[in-house]
Design a protein around this ligand. Structure first.
Ligand code: AMP
Length: 193
């Protein structure tokens, strides 16, 4: 199996690139942000809880997030692998993911970090808000808070996998195709090494 973590700050292009990779490598794309937004749309208890954090740009608590992720993985056992997008966002989540994969005899193949600077992120997300309808994209102070949360809580996850020799970085600037080609290259390298 190929188990990829597409990593990077909000607006770094994880979702866009995940969709490109799904076609190339036939993997299941799991975005915890999308799962939360679906729950909000369906007005479930999970959605109500998640919304209170998402509206402020804070992280949804680990226990809630990890359970939701596990359910999604367990509901899709017959896949060739996964692209995790927006998960893990804390060391706790990374440890839970490792444990879950190891229980099934699997492991994380590679974490790919898309590097994009804060001001570029703000510009991108304000633009995305015009079409995404996402309230957390429409307000600069919420975007900057999401970026700060990324630095404070999430960036350590890249270090966690780097210590295992399983992390790499790709510049998140350029055309969608250019970045997709770079991602394909580093994934193929990881698969043969
Ligand atoms: P995203 O679509 O990945 O930008 O996520 C949107 C929002 O959903 C984040 O700002 C968090 O509030 C929440 N969220 C998504 N994934 C996670 C996660 N792995 N852990 C905690 N909160 C998350």
């Amino acid at each position: 199996m190929i188990n990829l973590i597409l990593f990077g700050p909000p607006g770094s292009g994880k979702g866009t690139q995940a969709k490109m990779l799904v076609n190339k490598f036939k993997l299941l794309h799991i975005s915890t942000g999308d799962l939360f937004r679906e729950a909000i749309k369906n007005e479930t208890a999970l959605g109500v809880e998640a919304k209170s954090y998402m509206d402020k740009g804070e992280l949804v608590p680990d226990s809630v997030t990890i359970n939701m992720l596990k359910e999604k993985v367990e509901a899709n056992p017959d896949v060739q692998g996964y692209i995790f997008d927006g998960f893990p966002r804390t060391t706790n989540q990374a440890e839970a993911l490792d444990q879950m994969l190891q229980d099934g005899g699997e492991d994380v193949t590679l974490l790919i970090e898309l590097k994009v600077e804060e001001d570029e992120i703000v510009t991108r997300l304000l633009k995305r808000a015009e079409t995404s309808g996402r309230s957390d994209d429409a307000d600069e102070s919420i975007i900057r808070n999401r970026f700060q949360v990324y630095l404070d809580n999430t960036a350590v996850v890249a270090e966690y996998y780097d210590a295992k020799g399983k992390a790499t970085q790709v510049k998140g600037k350029g055309s969608i195709e250019e970045i997709a080609n770079k991602l394909e290259l580093v994934i193929n390298e990881a698969l043969i090494s």
